[in-house]
Design a protein around this ligand. Sequence first.
Ligand SMILES: [Zn+2]
Length: 387
Amino acid sequence: MDRLVILVPAIMQAAFFFALGASVGSFVNVIAWRWPRGQGIVHPASRCGACGRSLVWWENIPIASWFLLRGRCRSCGVVFGMSHVVVECATAMVFAGTVLLLFAGPFTDVLPAQTMWWLRLGAWTSAPTLLAVLTLWGCLLAVALIDAETGFIPLGLTSLALGVGLACMTIQGFFVPDSQATLTNGWPTGVLSPLWIGVGLGALLGSVIAGILLWKGWLPRSFAQVDPIADVPPSIARTEVLKELIFLALPACGAIAGGILLRDTQLPIPLQALGSSGLGMTVGAATIWMTRILGTLAFGREAMGLGDVHLMAAAGAVIGWRDAGLAYLAAPFLALTWVAVSGGLAKFRGKTARELPYGPHLALAVVVVYLGRPWVVPAARILFGIP
Ligand SMILES: [Zn+2]
């Protein structure tokens, strides 16, 4: 009976977020289709891709319409592919799964402190952070679909997730119960000492300044005149990497200065929250950027795009430094699995395997690490010796 009292509200909550996820998935489909084709996101209204007839409202309900219409256009009879309804179902399940994991509490004994934080605060008090997480899921999905099709990561989407993440985590800092006067009782992006809060804030400030200088044209852009696909001589690769190191010097100096200046200062909680998110962003971006620089020097061509750096920066700001690091370590395993499975299937069908860029693997790794915490955390402890 007690179990039922806990489970019924949790299931109703999950049902609501399933519907919300299906709607977001529907919007993700629109973005993933229209962005690579240079079309507006809001206009024109949804229409049949074959005959151009505008869809009426009941043909536009996520998931349900596909079944109502039996996957066909009512006018011209063209078959709608499965991909849209698969994306809607996947988003719905990820949204519902996130809420169940965080608030239904079936895994309380194996989860790290960050997840207990959610359970203690409940869905209403932790709404800003929940908004940041769900925004990240929507953006990651759209980014993965667009990257898989075009090989480009739209920075508008990663910036949206990063901006919402940093803002929402800071706002969350204003909404903590008095018993949590400091971030010692768990925090979604990790509890940090003043030293590391300072490092996060300094790196964040340095990144903003470097970004403004780059935008103003006062810092050189790497690979601006170099074909990113072609192999370049080692000397040119070194010059391009040097441009990126000049950019990176600013966040690096900021991190060192922030750590030294703030190592003994107990900042207000919203600033601590921002610093914790900033460190997550830094760890997410730095792991990919270091891989990119080493890869570029080793192979003499642009290895791992800057879009991947932006993707992991946004993810780190929302899920924290530890999970961002775990996702970075998990992504190669997912990529290898994809190569093995898609290669095997292609051989079976007598076709060539479809190559995927790295972005979708990173995005999936972030979601898998987050939703798989009850299993990923013990596995990571064993594999990498992470405390
Ligand atoms: Zn039609």
